[in-house]
Design a protein around this ligand. Structure first.
Ligand SMILES: [Zn+2]
Ligand SMILES: [Zn+2]
Length: 236
């Protein structure tokens, strides 16, 4: 445990729990506001102060199998903080919040997204999954609509153009679960070895990589890390 766990730490952690998913830009703004209110004599926090704070907080959360994870989320070029539970059976924690049938719908959506080639489903496909939930259970389409938007707010699902895709929180909390259950449908990034949900593909060898990992790599070597051919495609 870190000796220095201040009111700012505590309030910032609460804010992360409340939001579930925040961009790092927004998280820094929150930190600046909290510090101005709670410790006005300290210097205005910067990105590096935010990083220090996260280290302190995560060392506390460790024993609860929770953490604030940071990662670059594939489809949108932004860095996110995700408050995540890392217990081995991530679906269990939904049990307190949702009924069995609703839990089943969540599981069916997660599995359908994993199995889709591009890991996205249109809204109608998603709602039609209500017919795929376990026998004897029922969720109406209008309830499903409410749930899907709730799961978006919680960061489990996201809108990709018009479609529904994995949200940043699913990628953090369910990556192991999905990799174990759908090894044929999900790959990992050659650079960081983490699950790859939405990546960029090499024109030459078709190997997929996280955009953020690839950007860092290409800033040193302008070659594909998999086939070693020159990387020509532009990354926005
Ligand atoms: Zn990667
Ligand atoms: Zn390649």
């Amino acid at each position: 445990m870190t000796a220095n766990f201040s009111d700012v730490h505590r309030a910032f952690l609460q804010s992360c729990v409340l939001h579930s998913v925040l961009t790092t830009d927004r998280a820094l703004k929150i930190l600046i506001l909290l510090q101005a209110r709670l410790q006005p004599d300290d210097p205005v926090p910067t990105e590096s102060r935010l990083q220090e704070l996260l280290v302190d907080i995560n060392s506390r959360l460790d024993r609860y199998q929770q953490k604030i994870a940071q990662f670059d989320y594939g489809p949108k070029p932004k860095r996110y903080l995700v408050f995540a539970n890392l217990s081995d059976t991530p679906l269990d924690r939904f049990q307190t919040a949702y009924q069995e049938a609703e839990l089943s719908l969540f599981r069916v959506i997660l599995h359908a997204l994993a199995k889709d080639d591009e890991h996205r489903l249109d809204q109608i496909q998603c709602l039609n999954l209500t017919s795929k939930i376990e026998a004897g259970r029922y969720v109406s389409k209008s309830r499903a609509e409410t749930l899907i938007s709730e799961w978006q707010t919680q960061g489990y699902l996201t809108i990709l153009d018009e479609d529904i895709g994995f949200g940043p929180r699913s990628m953090v909390e369910f990556d192991r679960y999905l990799m174990n259950h759908f090894p044929d449908h999900l790959s990992s990034c050659r650079l960081c070895k983490q699950a790859l949900f939405y990546g960029v593909k090499c024109d030459q060898c078709s190997e997929g990589l996280h955009k953020a990992c690839l950007k860092t790599y290409l800033s040193r070597v302008k070659k594909c890390p998999c086939c070693n051919k020159n990387w020509t495609a532009t990354l926005e």
